[in-house]
Design a protein around this ligand. Structure first.
Ligand SMILES: *Cc1c(COP(=O)(O)O)cnc(C)c1O
Length: 341
C-alpha cells in the first residue's frame, strides 16, 4: 500500500468523472464556443456572486493574470511572506507584471487589516513603489491550511477602499475554507475584486482553475491569458470534470478534514514529533524532535512506502485528499503508533 500525502494535487479522476469528461459537448474555447467551459465559468461566477469567470490551465496562471490586470509595471502588491504568488509562481510577479511584493509576516499566512494599512507606501512619496494591490490566500498553503475570519477580510476591504487599492483572493483552496468555516461563496465575492479557484486540489479534477471578477475584468483577462499561452481549444473535456466535481466532491471534503485532525492527534502522541501546527482543514504541518536522528524517520517513510513533502525550516507536510481512503488512513495511523508511540 502506497500512502501518498505529498499533496492534494496527486488525485486521479474517478471512473465517474472520466465518464462525465468523455461525454462532454465541446467547441473551440478561444472563440468562446465551448459550451461546457462556458457553463462551468457561468456556474462558478453565479456561485460566488460575480459577473463572469475564465478557465485557466493552472492556479498560478490565473493569479498571474489577475496581478497583471490589477497593476502597472513598477507598482507594488502587499501579501504575506508565505503567499503562493510570492513563493511558488516562479517569480511571475516580477517576470509578468514588473511588480514587487511588500511582504507581511502574518500568522500562518494570514494577514490583518492593520498590517495591510501599515504596509502601504504613501502615494505622494514618489521615491517608493506605488502600492496598488493586496493579495490574500484562503486557505493558506504554506501557512498550513489556516482559514481567514471573514470579518478580517472585510476589514482589509475597507483599507483597500480607503486607499484605492485592488483586492485579489487566491482561493485555490477556498473549497476547504468554505467547508471548515461558516461562510458562503457569495460572501467572498462581495468582498474582493477578483478570485481564483482551483479545481485540481481538494475537488479532485486533473486540471484547471477559474478566475472570477467583473465582466469588464474577465474580458481583459482573455487577452492576458492568450499572451501567457493559455488560450486553449476543446477544453470542455476538462471543464466537464470541474462541473462534475462541484456537484459530487465538495461535501466529502469533510472527510479529508476529519482525517487531517486525526493525524494531528496521533502525531501529538509520538515521541519523534516536536510540534504540530493547529489543523483547520486538510493540511498537517509538523517538525521532528531535534535530538532524533532524521534517518529513523526517513527509513520509516521509505520502508512503508509513504510520501510526504518538506516545506523548509525542518517542516514536514501531509495533505489529505480524495485518493487517501479510510483504509489508507487507518493503516497509516496504525503504522505511526506501532513505530513511535
Ligand atoms: C496550488 C495553489 C495555487 C495554484 O497552483 P497551480 O499548481 O499553479 O495550479 C495557487 N495558490 C495556492 C494557495 C495554492 O495552494
Amino acid at each position: 500500500m502506497n500512502i501518498n500525502l505529498k499533496s492534494d494535487t496527486i488525485t486521479r479522476p474517478t471512473p465517474a468523472m472520466l465518464e462525465a469528461m468523455m461525454s462532454a459537448k465541446v467547441g473551440d474555447d478561444v472563440y468562446k464556443e465551448d459550451p461546457t467551459t462556458n457553463k462551468l465559468e457561468a456556474s462558478l461566477a453565479h456561485l460566488f456572486g460575480m459577473e463572469a469567470g475564465l478557465f485557466f490551465p493552472t492556479g498560478s496562471m490565473a493569479n498571474q493574470a489577475a496581478i497583471k490586470l490589477h497593476t502597472q509595471p513598477g507598482e507594488q502588491l502587499i501579501c504575506d511572506h508565505y503567499a503562493h504568488v510570492f513563493n511558488y509562481e516562479g517569480g511571475g510577479v516580477s517576470f509578468n507584471s514588473g511588480v514587487s511584493c511588500q511582504l507581511i509576516k502574518g500568522d500562518r499566512g494570514l494577514i490583518t487589516a492593520q498590517q495591510v494599512a501599515s504596509a502601504i507606501n504613501p502615494p505622494d512619496f514618489y521615491h517608493s513603489p506605488l502600492t496598488t494591490l493586496v493579495c490574500v490566500e484562503n486557505t493558506t498553503n504554506k501557512g498550513g491550511g489556516a482559514c481567514y475570519d471573514i470579518t478580517e477580510l472585510k476589514r482589509i476591504q475597507q483599507v483597500c477602499k480607503k486607499h484605492g487599492l485592488r483586492y485579489h483572493l487566491d482561493g485555490a483552496r477556498i473549497w476547504n475554507a468554505l467547508e471548515a468555516t461558516d461562510t458562503s461563496p457569495k460572501q467572498y465575492g462581495e468582498i474582493v475584486d477578483s478570485i481564483s479557484v482551483c479545481l485540481s486540489k481538494g475537488l479532485g479534477c486533473p486540471v484547471g482553475s477559474v478566475l472570477l471578477g467583473s465582466r469588464e475584468f474577465i474580458n481583459r483577462a482573455m487577452r492576458v491569458r492568450k499572451v501567457l499561452g493559455g488560450g486553449m481549444r476543446q477544453i470542455g473535456y476538462l471543464a466537464a470534470a470541474g462541473l462534475f466535481a462541484l456537484e459530487h466532491n465538495r461535501e466529502r471534503l469533510v472527510d479529508d478534514h476529519r482525517r487531517a485532525k486525526e493525524l494531528e492527534a496521533t502525531l501529538k502522541k509520538l515521541y519523534i514529533i516536536d510540534h504540530v501546527e493547529p489543523v483547520e482543514t486538510n493540511i498537517v504541518i509538523f517538525t521532528l524532535v531535534p535530538s532524533i536522528d532524521p534517518e529513523i524517520w526517513n527509513a520509516f517513510l521509505i520502508k512503508n512506502n509513504i510520501s510526504l513533502s518538506q516545506m523548509g525550516e525542518g517542516k514536514w507536510r501531509m495533505v489529505t485528499h480524495l485518493d487517501y481512503t479510510e483504509a489508507h488512513h487507518q493503516k497509516f495511523l496504525e503504522m505511526l503508533l506501532d513505530s513511535f508511540a
